[in-house]
Design a protein around this ligand. Structure first.
Ligand code: 13P
Length: 346
């Protein structure tokens, strides 16, 4: 492992003004997105859609530091035969790859999940590196709920096994000279308030960093991808932008060592503008030990998906919508976004 090189890639991923495009939807997830815009999820349509994003010159060269790909996409070529990975590199962004293989029910923990995919991961990472991937992603999913047996969710079991798997993955990535994005996602789908989200996320992050230390992961060669401290979607009392920003910054400062080169948030089902406003408000607080940026999936792609709607003639509109969201989030990554900028583009 060459830690100086890993650190260089990690820092490039969180370059101020830029963030990460999470375009790594599994075949099942992209089908759901395409269903919403009435597009059939064929291999060609998935390729055309992603090619549209990666050829968005303005977004990719100015605001996107890296792109997380799904296994199918990393091996695909653009219509003219150019590997999609090359399009990303030519735009000046870094290709990355999602390497987890989804979740499975966790035995003896009703309603909880463990992320799988460690078997043969070392061999897979080697092939991805040869294809051009310089970073990877593994997402652990932690739910918040009341549970069925009175014990409550998440259980310490779920937190522990997921932290263990994240650290196993991260160590294997670093051995393969690939920067691991460590993503322990606490879901925001429940009726819990922001303080419960804060408490659960704190336990999850503390356990994750404990496991990373136990498994000798070099913090200087990784990126953390956390959720924000935020109200559950079904909670009657929704925290304000200022409260989300203040609590998320406080939470991260209490759990994330300064040696970590950067933090790139997931959007987790927030609306496009909320995800941007929250990131911006955190960066406006300032005086942070690490750059805070975005690694958004839905919050970057909902608008371009709608504008494109599967029609070749809509490619310029799709690219424009993508460039707009990328620019808004790029500004938010340095605390320079303003709600008025959204209206100007509309
Ligand atoms: P969302 O921003 O849509 O949550 O996706 C980010 C991601 O990569 C989740 O693993």
């Amino acid at each position: 492992m060459n830690l100086a090189d890993l650190n260089k890639v990690a820092r490039a991923m969180v370059t101020p003004g830029k963030g990460i495009l999470a375009a790594d939807e599994s075949s099942g997830t992209i089908k759901k997105r395409f269903d919403a815009i009435k597009v059939e999820s064929t291999e060609e349509n998935r390729r055309d859609y992603r090619e549209m994003l990666f050829r968005s010159q303005e977004a990719m060269s100015k605001y996107i530091s890296g792109v997380i790909l799904y296994d199918e996409t990393i091996w695909q070529n653009a219509k003219d035969g150019t590997p999609l990975v090359k399009l990303i590199e030519q735009a000046g962004a870094i290709p990355g790859i999602k390497v987890d293989e989804g979740t499975q029910p966790l035995p003896a923990c009703p309603g909880e999940l463990v992320t799988v995919g460690l078997d043969k991961l070392a061999e897979r990472l080697k092939k991805y590196y040869e294809r051009g991937a310089r970073f990877a992603k593994w997402r652990a999913v932690i739910d918040i709920g009341s549970g069925t047996d009175g014990r409550g969710i998440p259980s310490m079991t779920a937190i522990r096994v997921n932290a263990h798997a994240l650290a196993r993955y991260a160590a294997l990535c670093q051995a393969a000279q690939i920067v691991p994005i460590v993503e322990p996602e606490v879901l925001m789908d429940g009726d819990n308030d922001i303080d419960r989200c804060y408490d659960v996320t704190q336990r999850v992050l503390n356990k994750t960093f404990q496991e990373l230390r136990v498994q000798r992961v070099a913090l200087e060669g990784m990126i953390l991808k956390p959720n924000m401290a935020i109200s559950g979607k079904k909670c009657a009392k929704q925290a304000s932008v200022a409260e989300v920003a203040e609590k998320t910054v406080r939470l991260l400062k209490s759990c994330v060592p300064a040696a970590v080169p950067g933090i790139a948030f997931l959007s987790g089902g927030q609306s496009d503008e909320e995800a941007t406003a929250h990131l911006d408000a955190m960066n406006k607080i300032g005086n942070l030990p690490w750059p805070l940026t975005f690694s958004y999936g839905r919050a970057l792609q909902a608008a371009p998906q709608k504008a494109w709607s599967g029609k070749a003639g809509n490619v310029p509109a799709g690219q424009q919508a993508f460039s707009h969201r990328a620019r808004m989030n790029g500004l938010a990554s340095t605390g320079k976004w303003d709600a008025g900028l959204e209206k100007q583009a509309a």
